[in-house]
Each structure stands twice: as C-alpha cells, then as structure tokens.
Design a protein around this ligand. Structure first.
Ligand SMILES: Nc1ncnc2c1ncn2[C@@H]1O[C@H](COP(=O)(O)OP(=O)(O)OP(=O)(O)O)[C@@H](O)[C@H]1O
Length: 458
C-alpha cells in the first residue's frame, strides 16, 4: 500500500503539492487524475524518492522509498518513457537495469515478451516509436516483479491495440493483489481501467472515491428527448411544458433536448398531454469525463480562450480565476448537467443508480464499458521499429540521458526504468518503456500470470 500523509512540495514560491493525504490500496487499479500542472508527477516522484517532500511523508508498505529493503523488487514505475539511452538496444537497457538490481538476465527476455518487444529487442531504442518506448518503460517497471506499480500516463502514444493491452495488464496486475497507481488524462480509458480515483487540482486533493461514486457525486443522469425534426414548434411546446413541470431542459446540438429533474414516465406523460410526438426518449448517464470536468473546472490552470466563446464555461471577469472546486460539488457555470443535488433525480421511478461500468442498465441501455478482452498479458502484435534515424550515434545523441536516463540511473529508482546508480533526489526521470506485442496477439486470455514473475520467483 502507498500512503501519503500531509504531503507538500514547494519549488521556491511555487507550491506543486499541498497537504495531500491518501492511500493507494492493493488489489485495485487506482487512477490518479488532475489537470495539467496539478502535481501528479511531483507526487509520483516523491513516492519514488526522486523528490523530497517539503513536509509530510509518503511511504510504501510502511517505508519511505529510500528505506525500502530491496526496493527494485518491491516497486516498479514508469515515469518518463524517454529516459532511455537511445544508443542502447531495448535488451541492453533492461539488462543494465536488471544488473543494478540483482535481477537475473533471463527475466529481461521474459518482460520483453510480455510487452511484445521480443522481435526488436536488439534494436537501438532511438528508433523506437512513442508506443514502443512506452512498452519498453512498462517492461522496466515489471522487471523486478514488484508488488507496487506506478505508471505515469502509460498509454501515451499507444495505438488502440496497445491501449487495450495496457488496460488488461493493469487490471490483471491488480487482480493478482498488486497495488497499481496510474495517472492518465484519458477519461474514457480511466473509466474502463480504474476501480478507484484520486483526483487532485492545484496540488490539493479534490476527490478520493470509487469511479462509480465519483460519477454519481459529480453528475446527474438525464433523459434525451427528440421531437420530429420537421416540426420545430413541437420542440418549443414540449420544452415549455417540461419546464413548467419542474424539469430542466437544455437544447443539444443535433436538435434533441437534455432533460433533468423529471423521470422518464413523467416526460412521456407530459409529451402525450401536450400532443407532442416523440422520436426519442432515452435514459443516459453522464460520463466520467463530464464528471471530471465538473469536478476540476476551477482547478484548471491552462485553458484556451476559445472555451468561453464556445459556451463551455461562463465568462469570468478579466483576470479572475474560477473558484477551486469543492469535493462533491459541481462547478457553477460548467456545461455538464446539473448534479443530483441541483437537478434532482431525473429517473426517480426505479431508476438505476446503475453501474456505469459493466452491468447492463435496467432500461436496456448499453452495458457500459466493461467488456474487456481477455488475457491480462495477451500482448499485441510484435512491433517494428521505426526507421532508425540516419544521424550518427555518437555521444551527443545520448544527451537526454543526463536527466536520469538509464545511463545515469537515478539513485533509488527501482525497477522502473531507472537510471542506475543511486537515486538523486529531485532528479526526475524514471525509466522508459516499451510496449508489448507478443505473438499471441490479441485476445487470448493471457498466458499465465506467471509471465510477470521472474523465473527465480516461480
Ligand atoms: N522541478 C521543478 N521546479 C519548479 N517547478 C516545478 C518543478 N517540477 C514541477 N514544478 C511545477 O509544479 C507544478 C506541478 O507539476 P507536475 O509536473 O507535478 O504536474 P502534473 O500534474 O504532472 O502535470 P501534467 O499533467 O501536465 O504532466 C507545475 O506548476 C510545475 O510547473
């Protein structure tokens, strides 16, 4: 388990993380969400001993990372997939990490297979695509067969097959009882992968709850109603009647109406009473993305000026910042549907607070996003390296390493793609990684979970 208590990090007068307390438990995938610059990477670096907290503490299994016995075998991480010496092959990179941690060389070939890079194992990583680099980073994280895994944006750059593979891998690792902590900006992916969410904004904790509770607390179900496109007056008539009955009606771009505050049968009765024919009356649940936007809107530091023009948010006075969101409350002015507290229970009559992920909803709607394919480690097809750049491979090309790449492993960095030697506090950079592509392509229920275990541990 990872436990942070009052974790705070300041860089000069910039407070990157403030008074964060949370626990990441084993046996589940915990998503770590927050807008750009909210402090996710800083938090992960502190967990891994790469940054020192200004105050507070964070422990893994009760120990600060740097005091963990045999850390590389207990914790694996992917922080920066680019932290690899481009002149080294994928295999050499992993071998050097393995040697630093006393991990047998045969484990390198195992993880290369798990991530699907076996066919390009001897190619220089500088020719790798973004997705292949991610896979290499994931391989490094798995190297020590750790019980605790941290992944910072693991699906960044992966194609759909790679994304599915990472999703299944995360879930399989958690199903084996491991602690899996993963950051991502892809809400749809988080909705499919995570069981629990920790959301931060401007370095502070905004939410710590299950995905289902998060959506339920930050969004409201709604009904979609469509009247005949050919008779716009019917739409107006129905809008008035629904509003009069206490509903909240928002027009949608395709001419439909989004209605909250009235159960579906009531909407149907009102339409009937006002002599309005319906082409559609369907129940909907807000997505994780909508719930997330509602929760974090006030904590977004970087926003396009186009957002206001597009009506995605209410205009603020020049120079004003939206207020920090309050956990469990929506952001006023945001486009998402009103929260249950504001809009009431739209489908009060037997409405399923339904499980958005997995179980079919009682109204016969889509089953949600639960359908995950098979095997945890069923990897995607083998990768082919990009055409290697023609430039010379001299030392100059290795410059990136200086930031903590493999060549100069950061002290204390574990199984991850870490740099070798001792961790350098505040150093940044963890390993990089590759992506899978085992021949077993596709969706076979993965090979045995043992694939993630070093032979000497089986
Ligand atoms: N070494 C540093 N020196 C000064 N400021 C830093 C340093 N590292 C991070 N920060 C600042 O701390 C804040 C949090 O950054 P961090 O990278 O942790 O955010 P993040 O949530 O990971 O962002 P993103 O989603 O964009 O990756 C940012 O304002 C960033 O500029």
């Amino acid at each position: 388990m990872i436990e942070a208590v009052g974790l705070t990090k300041r860089y000069g007068d910039k407070t990157a993380v403030y008074n964060l307390s949370f626990q990441v438990r084993p046996g589940a995938v915990t998503g770590f969400l927050g807008p750009n610059g909210s402090g996710k990477s800083t938090t992960m670096r502190m967990i891994l001993g790469l940054d020192n907290p200004t105050s507070g503490q964070v422990t893994i299994g009760g120990f600060p990372y740097r005091k963990l016995p045999n850390a590389p075998r207990q914790v694996g991480a992917l922080l920066d997939a680019k932290a690899v010496h481009g002149g080294r092959s994928a295999r050499s990179h992993l071998l050097s990490l393995a040697q630093l941690s006393g991990i047998p060389a045969r484990r390198v070939d195992e993880v290369l297979g798990v991530v699907g890079l076996q066919d390009v194992a001897r190619k220089r990583s500088k020719g790798f695509s973004l997705g292949m680099g991610q896979r290499l980073g994931i391989a490094a994280a798995l190297l020590g067969d750790p019980q605790v895994l941290l992944f910072d944006e693991p699906v960044n750059g992966l194609d759909p097959e790679g994304i599915l593979w990472v999703r299944n891998l995360m879930k399989a690792l958690a199903a084996e009882g491991r602690t899996v902590f993963v950051s991502s900006h892809l809400m749809s992916e988080m909705a499919l992968t995570a069981d629990h969410l920790i959301v931060i904004g401007r370095g502070q904790l905004l939410s710590d709850m299950s995905v289902r509770d998060f959506i339920s607390a930050n969004s409201a179900d709604f009904a979609r109603v469509r009247t005949p496109d050919t008779e716009p007056q019917l739409r107006e008539k129905l809008t008035s009647a629904l509003t009069e009955a206490g509903g909240h009606v928002l027009p949608e771009q395709d001419g439909g109406l989004r209605v909250t505050g009235l159960p579906l049968p009531r909407i149907s009765d009102i339409a009937h009473d006002t002599d309005v024919r319906l082409w559609e009356l369907s129940p909907h649940q807000a997505s994780l993305e909508e719930a997330y936007m509602r929760m974090t809107q006030g904590a977004v530091d970087y926003r396009s000026t186009i957002d206001q023009k597009a009506g995605l948010m209410q205009p603020l006075p020049p120079g004003a910042q939206p207020p920090m969101p309050v956990p469990g409350q929506g952001q006023p002015g945001w486009y998402a549907p009103p929260s249950p507290a504001q809009g009431g229970q739209p489908f009060a009559m037997g409405q399923p607070p339904a499980n958005p992920y997995g179980t079919p909803n009682p109204y016969g709607g889509p089953a949600g996003a639960g359908g995950i394919a098979a095997g945890p480690y069923g990897a995607p097809a083998p990768m082919t390296p990009q055409t290697p750049p023609q430039q010379p491979q001299g030392p100059a090309q290795a410059a990136p390493q200086a930031q903590g790449g493999p060549q100069a492993p950061a002290p204390g960095v574990p199984a991850v793609q870490a740099p070798a030697a001792a961790p350098a506090p505040d150093a940044a950079a963890i390993p990089a990684t590759p992506a899978p592509a085992p021949a077993a392509a596709s969706a076979q229920p993965s090979p045995s979970p043992d694939l993630t275990k070093p032979e000497d541990a089986r």
